[in-house]
Design a protein around this ligand. Sequence first.
Ligand SMILES: [Mn+2]
Length: 336
Amino acid sequence: MGKKILKCSAINTGTSAKERLERFWDIFDKEDNVLVCINADPDALACAMAIKRLLRYRVKNVEIAHPNEISRLNNLLMVEVLKIPLERLGNVKLSDFNKKILVDSQPTHLPVFEKIDFDAIIDHHPLAGECDASFVDIRPQYGACSTMLIEYLRAGNLKPSVALATALFYAIKVDTQDFSKHSVLADGISFHYLFNIANRNLVKKFELTDLRRSELKYFNIALSELIYSQRRLYSHLGKVKSPDILVNIADFLNHVDQIDWVLVSGIYRDKLIVIFRCDGYRKSAGKMAERIFGEVGSAGGHKEAGRAEVPLSKLLLGEKKFSTLMLKRLVTRHMK
Ligand SMILES: [Mn+2]
């Protein structure tokens, strides 16, 4: 099997979408068992679905495998509703597949990927090391890998089903953060193409779903604990099952009018976790988190969102329990 080795950068210059698709199809045979490997997130999931579509009548079988656990509720819902067939990479026998594809990732991204001999690699992340596969298409300028796959589908005159279009549409939204992050015109063209095929209500539901029913009780605690002072909202939730709920509640309180700062804290595994929110205009939540907690724990973030994690032992609480009032005092000491 003389495998042609191509340098990543060389393959996609001056190539039309049709030529690219033909070259991709060329590496497959009717009897092939194909494994598509992904690091599961919305973009990777949508790309894997698109590859399944591209190869539907051209190979014997296509399966999708991911090494990572899917824990985000948005992503779990996407997999469930769109019925995306998935296997954990650890549970598949690699020798059952004579062709392997890596999409929305590169071999050097994960040790498990590095061990696999891929036949095709399609990705939009910056080139990380050399990719030796028969087919390589890496376009780091693209906002979403799904945009690349839409170009393949369109080049083959393959109109996506509602489920596939919904996945691809959601993927572009997530990877470009609703076009507020880096993207190229191609992302906009693909997004526009999918607009009337995707089920946008479903996409909205994917975006909204980020709370477990068991987490609703924390809203009760957050509201009963809430302290308002000087255009700031403070709430300490006590012990939480996952720090994510602190983020959910801080984001919720950030909807309130006439508030400059939101500070939500909770205890998770012997650590105090504090979530900071502000408008990021002439303020920096990340810097504020650092100023208040940088010396006793890890703290940082962006202008509009910050986070601090402090071992409880560093707070010198003694017999006392941390409280919303203590959160307010700690913060007030460092803010005018
Ligand atoms: Mn991606």
